[in-house]
Design a protein around this ligand. Structure first.
Ligand code: SF4
Ligand code: SF4
Length: 126
């Protein structure tokens, strides 16, 4: 099966095979927000086998009217709290938020392809 993914309306393609050797560039680097919905909070808490109150306290920060996963500073990078540098993977992969699942096909990147290319080595011209 091809690892090349295309989505209608986007002027680029994505080679998912690039993730294997990328080192998780989309989960680290500049500080950003990884927004989670109430349902996603429940899903992640369940996966971690903790209750929502503990999840809230340990892993979330309020940003306006929404909640984002917190980051941890590693050198000069802001890593997502769930990124595991040793394995290069996500500790909550099965329950990762929609924002992570839909990367790199975000509305914002439709008009900012060059910026996306700098972040993600899997981006191909379509
Ligand atoms: S930056 Fe791109 S290639 Fe790297 S892990 Fe994220 S999606 Fe995969
Ligand atoms: S939740 Fe997982 S996939 Fe999403 S940014 Fe954090 S480590 Fe990456």
């Amino acid at each position: 099966m091809s690892s090349i993914i295309r989505k209608e309306g986007y002027g680029y393609a994505f080679n998912a095979a690039a993730c294997a050797s990328c080192g998780g560039k989309c989960c680290i680097g500049e500080s950003g927000n990884i927004f989670v919905t109430t349902q996603e909070m429940q899903n992640i808490s369940k996966l971690l086998d903790i209750d929502i109150a503990e999840f809230y306290k340990k892993y979330l920060i309020k940003k306006g009217y929404r909640f984002s996963l917190i980051e941890k500073i590693v050198g000069d990078s802001y890593d997502c709290i769930f990124f595991e540098r040793e394995s290069g993977g996500c500790a909550i992969y099965e329950a990762r938020p929609k924002q992570c699942r839909t990367f790199p096909f975000w509305e914002y990147f439709k008009n900012n392809i060059e910026e996306l290319k700098l972040e993600c080595p899997g981006i191909l011209d379509d």
